[in-house]
Design a protein around this ligand. Structure first.
Ligand code: N01
Length: 543
């Protein structure tokens, strides 16, 4: 069976970066990717209007100053095709493709305790072994599609936004239904409305959004970023979210209302997600959050002309930021068009699909195309898809039945030589994922060098460390308002999923310090063994 020292699963942002770093440090490393193309979510989410809501110059790799200078982004918030071109450019520029096997979807991974290696099987029947297995599967990569009675009857076309086909979808003359009003639904609605005959947005929960204030980047802006890139990177690394913003110092309610209005207005018009950091307690204090939420509701109201539609679009079920808000480009204004309708399915739920469209408790919506923009089984969905079996035959699914448990989001006890990038328990979806990913990859590269230098056969999270880390993750989130709403952060919106807050809310900057401390303390919380535990146990039994 083919063997490689390190196997990386996934050729998205994290997998590509891990490959680059490990190969540079002389490791025998290979990437396997289920798709026939690299790019991860940016390969699959090709829906109209797909765009990153982090600024382009911050949503890019920082490992190569030459790359930083060579690549020029065209817009403040990059569109999906531009990000995919960038990732392809990186792969070509650093000759990464030669170490990537495409069309290789992992079906299972079994840990061989005696040999201290993973046996990885693919859906096409192929198999290989590796000493260390690194999962770079993404946080929002396992799409959900809701089940409704009669779905199979619908005679029109259905598309899942996160599995968008690689062809032009022509909306002209079509009546399009979009289910879901998260980032995906909000981004695609105004774009599809430009050509479709009619768009109906099926909204279960009204969502907060801040306008993107997107614009083409000017030559001056580009020159300025490139001239000061190192400082910009330092700022993002030292910010709590990896977006470069520092939270305001004064508390929301400690300023007079006029001043607060001015600060909110400035943040709203320019900073996208940075709005949440206009004051330091917006996601911590219910009263501060209520004031920020009121401001945003007012802003949404100003963008919608029909009073009835406006009322339905105002988010009232949760406070701003407790679920993932959106940074949009013309979403609310789209409802001012004659060809866009809102179906409030909280008020009048979908009862079934019919041959010709969607039926709610209120009426029938005739449709030619239905788009599921219904989100993802976040953070654990992709990790639990392959059957991963660790020590004593325990699967990862069994181990995480009550929710994921990790040491620093990087690994879990009972699964030696398994490393997760962007796993639950790390900042991931609460941060600029580019920054938190690179931070983890740099850290794990040093870890793997240590393992190589010290001839460590097996590394494994200790049960005490993961208990302590999960307790810390829970303690940090208890200081926030995140658990006041069901969201993909806590699994509350997926039926049957344990309601546990999964990402680390302590911030990228603090997380980096914890990683550094862990390494300085000899990789505290990880057992490093020169011989596999199974062999050691056998030797001890023999004595
Ligand atoms: O998914 P979501 P998304 N019936 O989970 C609704 C990233 N991203 O793909 O709120 C009817 O946010 C659901 O309703 P409710 C980004 O991190 C980034 O839009 O649960 N509706 C909600 O409205 C983002 O946050 C970019 O009541 C159902 C929607 O579907 C994350 O991906 C772009 C339903 C799902 O919203 C996910 O965004 C796109 C049902 N059965 C995505 N089930 C960037 O810009 C779910 N819904 C980088």
């Amino acid at each position: 069976m083919k063997h490689v020292d390190i196997l990386i699963v996934g050729a998205g942002i994290a997998g590509l970066r891990t490959l680059y770093s490990l190969r540079k440090d002389g490791f025998d490393v290979r990437v396997v990717e289920a798709s026939d193309e690299l790019g991860g979510v940016w390969n699959h989410n090709r829906y109209p209007g797909a765009r990153c809501d982090v600024e382009s110059y911050d949503y890019s790799y920082s490992f190569s100053p030459e790359l930083e200078q060579e690549w020029t982004w065209t817009e403040r918030y990059p569109r999906q095709p531009e990000i995919l071109s960038y990732l392809n450019h990186v792969a070509d520029r650093f000759d990464l493709r030669r170490d990537i096997t495409f069309n290789a979807r992992v079906a299972s991974a079994d840990y061989d305790e005696v040999g201290a290696k993973w046996v990885v099987a693919f859906e096409d029947g192929a198999a290989m072994t590796c000493r260390r297995l690194i999962l770079c599967l993404g946080q929002l990569s396992a799409p959900k599609t809701p089940e409704y009675p009669g779905q199979e009857l619908f005679r029109g076309e259905t598309i899942v936004s996160a599995l968008w086909p690689r062809r032009d979808v022509d909306f002209r003359g079509k009546r399009v239904g979009i289910i879901g009003t998260g980032s995906s639904g909000m981004q695609m609605t105004p774009v599809i409305a430009e050509t479709a005959e009619r768009v109906t947005v099926f909204q279960r929960t009204a969502n907060y959004s801040v306008p993107a204030a997107n614009a083409p980047l000017t030559a001056d802006e580009i020159r300025d970023v490139k001239a000061h890139y190192a400082e910009r990177r330092e700022m993002t690394r030292n910010s709590p979210t990896g977006l470069g913003f520092q939270p305001g110092k004064v508390k929301t309610l400690d300023v007079d209302p006029d001043e607060r209005e001015r600060v909110f207005e400035a943040a709203y018009n320019r900073y996208g997600f940075g709005f949440a950091l206009a004051y330091p307690d917006i996601l911590l204090d219910p009263e501060a959050n209520a004031v920020a939420s009121d401001f945003l509701r007012r802003k949404i109201g100003e963008r919608v002309s029909d009073p009835e539609v406006r009322a339905k679009l105002l988010p009232v079920t949760h406070g701003f930021g407790t679920r993932r808000p959106t940074v949009d480009s013309g979403y609310f204004e789209a409802f001012n068009r004659d060809n866009v309708d809102l179906a409030d399915i909280r008020e009048a739920p979908i009862t079934e699909f019919t041959e010709t469209g969607i039926r709610t408790t209120e009426k029938d919506y005739p449709l030619d195309l239905i788009i599921y923009a219904t989100g993802f089984d976040a953070l654990t969905g992709a990790l639990l898809k392959p059957r991963i079996t660790g020590r004593d035959g325990q699967t990862l699914k069994e181990k995480w039945a009550q929710g994921p448990i990790t040491q620093l989001g990087l690994g879990t006890a009972g699964f030696p030589n398994l490393i997760i990038v962007g796993g639950p328990g790390s900042p991931t979806v609460l941060s600029n994922v580019m920054v938190s990913t690179e931070l983890q990859v740099d850290w794990l590269t040093e870890l793997l060098k240590t393992l190589r230098d010290e001839e460590i056969a097996e590394i494994e999270v200790t049960p005490e460390a993961e208990q302590a880390w999960n307790a810390h993750v829970a303690e940090r989130v208890s200081e926030t308002l995140y658990m006041t709403a069901d969201s993909f952060y806590n699994g509350g919106e997926v039926k049957g999923k344990p309601r546990v807050f999964m990402p680390y809310s302590g911030g990228v900057r603090h997380y980096r310090r914890l990683l550094e401390k862990c390494a300085a303390d000899g990789y505290a919380g990880f057992a490093l063994r020169k011989a596999p535990l199974a062999k050691t146990a056998e030797v001890q039994d023999a004595r």
